[in-house]
Design a protein around this ligand. Sequence first.
Ligand SMILES: Nc1ncnc2c1ncn2[C@@H]1O[C@H](COP(=O)(O)OP(=O)(O)OP(=O)(O)O)[C@@H](O)[C@H]1O
Ligand SMILES: [Mg+2]
Length: 348
Amino acid sequence: MAHHLSANKEEGPLKNIVGRSLVIQRIKDLILQVADTDLSVVIYGESGVGKEVVARTLYACSHRARGPFVKVNCAAIPGDLLESELFGYERGAFTGADRPKPGKFEIANGGVIFLDEIGDMPLTLQSKMLQVLQDQEFCRLGGHQEIKVDVWIISATNQDLEKAVEEGRFRQDLYYRLGVIKIYVPPLRERKEDIPLLCDYFARLYSRKYNVSDFEVPRYLVDLFMKYHWPGNVRELENYIKRLVVLGDFEEVEREILSFSKALFPPKPSYPVEDEFLRKIAIELARAEEGHLALKEVKKRVVALVEKKIIDIVLKQTEGNKRQAADILGISYKALLYKIREFEEMEI
Ligand SMILES: Nc1ncnc2c1ncn2[C@@H]1O[C@H](COP(=O)(O)OP(=O)(O)OP(=O)(O)O)[C@@H](O)[C@H]1O
Ligand SMILES: [Mg+2]
């Protein structure tokens, strides 16, 4: 079935999701499979990976595209306000409610409600949400009339909801209700093959928007982008290209990306390493994985780490006597001094 569905993938709304990586293709397939169901969807992923793009595409691919798409940012609105925002209120429901107001659920009737940053919804409101989802009915604040709506609920979060459930910050029953379908959008650094395509796409988009002709992202910058770790994901890349289209400050951007790459905090090894020495080596490997070190450089640094470790061991044995240590190590005294200075310079 997925095969059949993918036939016309590059037509229609799906083309708004730019990328050729396997994960992006899988996400597109999944979107087609669930677009015309009303199974609740939770979209996970770091900031700027394109969660909202996925939500809007789900909507655009569904028959609900003729209805409204209503976005509610659960993190931006304080708890009490969020409740009245979602469910609306009647006149006199609270001080200041001088006229009735429909909530986002009512406004989204026949379409999609997109609950952004769902992980930040306060627990009290989570209970009410659960009730509404179970009964498929609710009342406006201060109202008595049951309201029934037909809304597809799509949520997004950059939090680990399972962890939030474990820590008691998110209701497990609501978690199951909201996330019948889960879509994980991986960070850009884990799908670097999408970078050239995104560069072209944003270059075209913004050169049209800002009336700049013949703009292209130079090859050396695309190559550099492929090595960068993109903490801000696609949004960060998009902003760089916007800026390049308008300012054309290629060298400045190159310098910036290079300096950000170097000033990087040491990356986290992907597995736990207790021993300090092994941890340092794991950091070098993680750096290499993220594309910050050429293989030659990795070799130099890892070898230096091992050498330093051995020299430290021998120096301990000789109680700090360097001449004796050099003898044991089979190198000249001068070579040993040179190495120690080199390690200091490399800050290892
Ligand atoms: N695959 C993609 N193709 C085209 N544009 C994309 C893609 N992914 C992200 N973008 C663009 O990158 C920007 C950030 O995407 P979006 O707002 O969807 O991210 P997000 O995951 O919702 O981020 P946040 O968690 O910060 O809200 C938007 O301008 C969006 O248009
Ligand atoms: Mg978003």
